[in-house]
Design a protein around this ligand. Structure first.
Ligand SMILES: Nc1ncnc2c1ncn2[C@@H]1O[C@H](COP(=O)(O)OP(=O)(O)OP(=O)(O)O)[C@@H](O)[C@H]1O
Length: 489
């Protein structure tokens, strides 16, 4: 337990260090709204979210002017040779400046002759808009029915979200046709007549095999969450099979917040001669996320602590990550029986149910979502202010190793694009304690221990951060949220 102890920060220091990076930053003002408001405040529920009673400590424009943040970029969209329609689309979303990963990766992705790219950047820093802009620049829209770009993602939810972002950034491109190759979405035996296809690898493999998808003119292949997609224990095999059915000259773009060494070398074979943008391990954590943990006496106490946190969870929105579908169902059942409103989403639900559950969460109708790793990656809901690791993510045979990558992706569901957020991890025995300790050491995280003996004090600590997130969300609704809402069933 000593490792974790060495990473423990006193609550006071941590709140200062993590949620107030600029001591003299201006209070909430028009700059946040200017930078990100996509005109959808009313759509988000109007007055419910318009509660500017808390200060927003750091505005997005401050972050974008500060070279040390992942939101800074020396480049302007206008310098990238993008089409008028694309520029209009980005600016309409109030993406006034590219983020670092966008500014660095786009010129490389768009250079001629096209070269492969492997790009790493922290969660919530705009990787999706980077590859979507590349896709929309490469496609010839004089040929709108001809498949020209394919993006693969590890879950149907993420594929749908990317489809929404393509529609949002490409809203001035006419005609823009995007197809989702996810279970149940494409009519069988009809050719796919769309320039851009977003899907999950299994379904994409099926539609290619059934000759529904003409791959002969595909120019770009994107793997979002590429380390997960290329993982040999997971979807690596399917992705390789898809790639082998595509033209040899296709440009391959790999994006993720994490590229563990093991996958990194395989990724280089999958996308040979790739340009590469990499981060150091200690750069991986998102500064705006206050990472905390609670030491629970035993497994049963975890549930009691979770219920105690319910009030805080519903100030903004929260995601609770658990290990199995069964425990997601069981915790939901108990919490509902105890009078709390929570929903569960995992891969055992059918596709339409999953779409509907996530849509309700995005709309704020459901505030607390219990889920498994199926939603650990990529999902962008700016109002998520708290992530709970009810179970510490583990991997390997018999869950023998801490899963540091999944930890980072899970907590990255909050703290999106310069916002603040809280993550609380539950530990309850030596194994979970050691696992969290090892994750903290991997990334050099200073975890804050929340002392549940003084619950009022603990609650205040968490509330402080959540309220800031909520104020930010009121000023700066996310474009992705709204794009996804627009396509909700
Ligand atoms: N240049 C920009 N200016 C303002 N907001 C932006 C910009 N680019 C992206 N965003 C917003 O930032 C949020 C996070 O972006 P995105 O989902 O692409 O992050 P990501 O890096 O792919 O994260 P993850 O690693 O979790 O998949 C989105 O809500 C998006 O609308």
């Amino acid at each position: 337990m000593s490792d974790l102890a060495s990473r423990i920060t006193k609550p006071d220091e941590a709140v200062k260090a993590e949620s107030q990076p600029e001591a003299d930053a201006p209070a909430a003002d028009a700059s946040v709204a200017e930078a990100q408001n996509d005109g959808a405040i009313e759509e988000l529920g109007g007055s419910g979210l318009q509660e500017p009673e808390w200060d927003v400590e750091v505005s997005l424009s401050d972050l974008q002017n500060n070279e040390a943040t992942p939101f800074h970029s020396a480049t302007q969209w206008e310098d990238m040779g993008l089409s008028e329609d694309l520029l209009k689309g980005l600016l309409a979303l109030k993406f006034l400046k590219p983020s670092k990963v966008q500014g660095k990766s786009l010129p490389l992705m768009l250079s001629d002759p096209p070269r492969n790219m492997m790009a790493q950047s922290q969660s919530g820093t705009g990787k999706t808009a980077a590859f979507v802009t590349a896709i929309l620049s490469r496609v010839d829209f004089n040929n709108p029915d001809q498949p020209q770009a394919l993006a693969l993602a590890p879950s149907r939810e993420l594929a749908r979200q990317i489809e929404g972002v393509i529609g949002a950034i490409g809203r001035f491109i006419k005609p823009l046709k995007v197809a989702a190759a996810i279970p149940g979405a494409l009519p069988r035996d009809q050719p796919v007549r769309s320039a851009v296809i977003v899907g999950t690898p299994g379904t994409v493999m099926d539609v290619i095999r059934r000759r529904q998808l003409d791959v002969s003119q595909l120019k770009v292949l994107v793997l979002d969450e590429a380390d997960n997609m290329l993982d040999q224990q997971g979807m690596g095999d399917q992705c390789l099979r898809v790639k082998n059915m595509l033209p040899k000259s296709i440009q391959i773009l790999l994006f993720s917040a994490t590229f563990p060494d093991k996958v990194g070398s395989y990724a280089q074979k999958f996308a040979p001669n790739a340009h590469s943008l990499k981060l150091q391990r200690n750069e991986l954590t998102v500064k705006g996320i206050s990472q905390m943990f609670i030491d629970c006496a035993d497994d049963n106490i975890k549930y009691d602590v979770l219920c105690k946190l319910y009030g805080l969870m519903t100030i903004g929105q929260s995601v609770i990550f658990v290990k199995t579908r069964e425990s997601a169902n069981e915790i939901q059942r108990r919490m509902v029986a105890d009078g709390h409103k929570v929903s569960a989403l995992h891969a055992a639900f059918d596709g339409n149910e999953r779409d509907e559950l996530l849509a309700k969460f995005r709309q704020g109708e459901n505030k607390v979502l219990i889920t498994t790793n199926v939603l650990a990656r990529g999902i962008d809901v700016s109002t998520v202010s708290m992530v709970i690791n009810y179970d510490i993510p583990m991997k390997g045979r018999g869950d023998s190793e801490p899963d540091a990558e999944t930890y980072l992706h899970r907590i990255g569901r909050t703290g999106r694009f310069g916002r603040v957020g809280v993550s609380i991890s539950f530990v309850y025995d030596k194994k979970s304690f050691d696992a969290l300790s090892s994750i903290a050491n991997t990334y050099g995280i200073d975890l804050v221990r929340l002392d549940t003996d003084d619950w009022d004090e603990a609650e205040e600590r968490v509330k402080e951060v959540i309220k800031k997130n909520r104020a930010q969300a009121a000023y700066a609704p996310s474009a992705t949220d709204n794009a996804a809402k627009a396509q909700a069933p």
